[in-house]
Design a protein around this ligand. Sequence first.
Ligand SMILES: C[S@@+](CC[C@H](N)C(=O)[O-])C[C@H]1O[C@@H](n2cnc3c(N)ncnc32)[C@H](O)[C@@H]1O
Length: 430
Amino acid sequence: MTTPQSHSPLELRLIDHINRYGPVTFEAFMDAALYDEQHGYYPRRRRSAGSTPVGTDGDYFTSPSSHPAFGALLALQLEEMWRCLGSPGEFVVVEMGAGDGVLGSDISEYVERELPEFARAILYSSTDLVPPAGSEWVGDNSRLPVGVTGCVISNELLDAHAVNRFIVQGGEVKEIFVDYRDGQFVEAVGDVSDPEVAARVEPFLGLLPESYRGEVNLRLGYWSDSVSATLERGYVITIDYGYDRPELYKPARIDGSLRCYYQHTFGQNPLKRIGRQDITAHVDFTAVDHVLMVNRFERLGKPSQQEFLSNVGIDGFLDEISERASRGDMPRSESEEDLAGIGSLINPEGLGRFRVAVHSRWVGVDGEAALPLTGVGGGVALTSGHRAPTLNSASAGHARLLRASNPFSQGSSAQAGDLSTWEQLFSDET
Ligand SMILES: C[S@@+](CC[C@H](N)C(=O)[O-])C[C@H]1O[C@@H](n2cnc3c(N)ncnc32)[C@H](O)[C@@H]1O
């Protein structure tokens, strides 16, 4: 039997809490596992410079770590948003949950190089609950600027929110708590801790089999309120994996969407490696719409990442890099790395399946209706007349380090094959 002596300080703290007050909600457990200031997953990984959850030495890859084209295409979309707002003198971009800041440095670098007029207006600010060591980022959303015109953007922020878990038992929605018994952390089922947990699931109850499990994110309202306080007028771009609610709670997804990542291996037991593995859950995009609508944002669209980046003009970047290689302006080996990295962003079995939800508030100019956005609705590609960024042109040293051995960026099918986390992520699909 495991003795308490073999537990980490974080585990001992959780055990003490459970012994005093009883089982904790999964949300409280996940919050401690990911964000405990001393021993949580993100603070531990970020505390020392050079240690990061993303990349080869970390636990997972993201779009920004795959290729700087992701930031470049978003920069082009942001520039169009700025024009749609009447080209204001100041366009503030607040990136929430910016992680290591790679996306921000790619966007800023591309704007500086390719979009000189926009460069005079854009003010980019990265924020994260757990800012990187040595950075001066805002770590607390209540200290963000308020009332700005521009865009609030996030990539894989909402999947990192702590969630409550439910289980269907005897035709009712029950909640899964975390208890500690016989020397180990175990699940304990009880009545819901918040009526909203049941309210989200009850419309689907008739369809869901006994023992069906899932997650509910009760924190989206706080996120929406901080977006609303920050952004007076403009757009919200929310990039993440997830579904509208009927798809998220479909009967076939019987074990829910909770996933754990540890050194590029994938698991479903969050009660192991507490504070040492990442834990995520798919995003309920119906809830995202609701919480933003309450703050008077309207949804402009929710294309897949593949559709969104294709609409902005990712093919133009791919063609341009191929042409540079054919002309001999760039070595073949380099162009292959770039083509593989850019291709991974729209891979329909991987990052291409993410959703890009775009919302807006008060964006019409002089009482006119809002202009359509290319990323959402298509049109003339925004990449036309602009050069693609390459792995070599990415000047941010940290970003280069992250990408240095990212299999998605190297065009090596053998390595990419080892990293099948995205396939596993969606493996519950029928
Ligand atoms: C999966 S990581 C994604 C990082 C980065 N956006 C990327 O694409 O690589 C999620 C990030 O969200 C941050 N985070 C979680 N909850 C947050 C909150 N309420 N406000 C700000 N950042 C938060 C975490 O600290 C973490 O850095």
